[in-house]
Design a protein around this ligand. Structure first.
Ligand code: HEM
Length: 417
């Protein structure tokens, strides 16, 4: 894996007060690469609730729970769309006949009211009822993966378990060939590893992702199956039948969200369990507490950092912001905010009070949260039931990646056989 390079410092713009400057490179901060949530905790303790970092070209970071929650629901001031819907339509209409259209991950890149048009077709497909049907299949896969490594006395947890499990489930749901998962996963990693913001390069990467799915998407148009691609072909957008472009827009979104998030969530959970044998013993004795464990894992190790674009010159929580600036929703810091969670660094599966914000808030709140929760719960249950006490391999220290999804690069576990 290529070591990310700390981005250069840029000059503070005149409208940013010096007291609001705090140095955090969300891609390549040395503290993040060494211990992502150690650094998140430090930021939560030290940085202003809304701060400006001179890294990655200079941008805002919303760190307090209150700021993240307010901005997530305020789509007038904080947009998910790098350019407006109307500008986008104008670009698409100006393209010559047959030219490839820009890919717009849907529904996440749309603001209300267009956002609902793209979110609605998926709502039922990701509902708790629809996800519950998958439980047996998910459990069978978890058991297979764990039993495969059990006699070895250890494993590379990401490669052996936390990658293949959610990725297989997602590919089956979407209707993509499971035997090509390595190829798909490499593309996602390539996509998330890039820090450049050049729209042409971003488009080229998204196009690569769409292209590997193109045959399966086209094939499903004439030969519908019980999968998401077929469901999307059957949907309408603003009264028009779905087009290949619509489905590619969903594919690039779901592909990245579905393949990268759960992988990192599971890996962060495995690290915590491996470091805490007493917690493992408690969970083995009380499997009925697994869902509380999962929720506290999601809070203590919240790991996504969704971007927003300031839609108009405005004042937000007493801070002047300018149209077009980037504001990162620092969810890991929001869930470690001492103003909301007393002793936030303490892992307490019996914690009461405010629910975490790991799945976001407002109209873009995670569509895959029911699926993610089922996968995490089942994995922890089966690990506790099937593996003896496990620990981190002391010869293979942990390293982390930054970006919009934080997590360990690999987690080497050991146990006695
Ligand atoms: C533990 C795992 C996961 C976490 C922590 C997570 C987190 C999030 C967060 C924070 C958002 C909001 C982004 C924003 O506000 O811009 C989001 C949106 C989304 N997530 Fe997840 N996610 C997870 C798993 C999944 C899975 C498994 C899928 C699908 C297979 C998925 C699909 C989506 C979609 C489609 C959206 C966009 C929703 C919209 O814009 O309306 N997520 N996720």
């Amino acid at each position: 894996m290529v070591q990310p390079v700390l981005s250069p410092l840029v000059e503070r713009p005149a409208h940013v007060p010096e007291a609001l400057v705090y140095d955090l490179d969300y891609y390549a901060d040395p503290g993040v690469l060494q211990d992502a949530h150690g650094r998140a905790l430090q930021v939560a303790k030290e940085a202003p609730g809304v701060f400006w970092t001179p890294r990655q070209g200079g941008h805002w970071v919303l760190r307090s729970h209150n700021a993240v929650f307010e901005a997530s629901r305020d789509t007038e001031r904080f947009s998910n769309a790098p350019i407006s819907f109307e500008q986008l339509q104008a670009i698409i209409e100006s393209l010559p006949e047959g030219a490839p259209k820009p890919l717009i991950p849907a529904p996440i890149t749309f603001d209300p009211p267009h956002h609902a048009v793209y979110r609605n077709p998926l709502q039922k497909a990701f509902s708790p009822k629809a996800m519950n049907v998958l439980k047996d299949n998910i459990r069978a896969l978890a058991v297979e993966l764990i039993e495969k490594v059990k006699p070895q006395g250890g494993c590379a947890f990401v490669k052996d378990i936390s990658e293949p499990m959610p990725v297989t489930i997602f590919l089956q749901m979407f209707g993509l060939p499971v035997d090509r998962q390595r190829e798909y996963r490499d593309l996602v990693e390539e996509h998330f590893a890039q820090t450049d913001k050049d729209p042409q390069l971003i488009q080229a990467r998204l196009r690569k992702v769409a292209d590997v799915m193109r045959d399966a998407i086209l094939e499903r148009k004439d030969n519908p199956q019980n999968d998401l691609i077929s469901l999307l072909w059957d949907s309408e957008f603003n009264g028009q039948k779905a087009t290949l472009h619509d489905i590619e827009n969903y594919a690039v979104m779901l592909f990245t969200a579905g393949l990268d998030t759960v992988v990192n969530g599971m890996a962060l959970g495995a690290v915590h369990l491996a470091k805490n044998p007493q917690l493992q013993a408690e969970m083995r004795a009380h499997p009925e507490k697994t869902s509380d464990l999962t929720e506290e894992m999601l809070r203590r190790y919240t790991f996504t950092l969704p971007p927003r674009f300031v839609a108009e010159d405005c004042e937000f929580q007493g801070v002047q912001m300018k149209k077009g600036e980037m504001a990162l929703l620092f969810l890991p810091g929001a869930d470690l905010d001492a103003a909301e969670y007393p002793n936030p660094e303490v892992f307490d599966a019996n914690r009461e009070g405010k629910p975490h914000i790991a799945f976001g808030a407002g109209p873009h709140r995670c569509l895959g949260s029911h699926l993610a929760r089922i996968e995490l719960n089942i994995l922890y249950e089966e690990m506790m039931a099937r593996l003896p006490e496990f620990r981190l391999d002391p010869d293979k220290p942990l390293t982390y990646h930054g970006g919009h999804v934080w997590g360990p690069n690999e987690v080497y576990l050991k146990w006695d056989v």
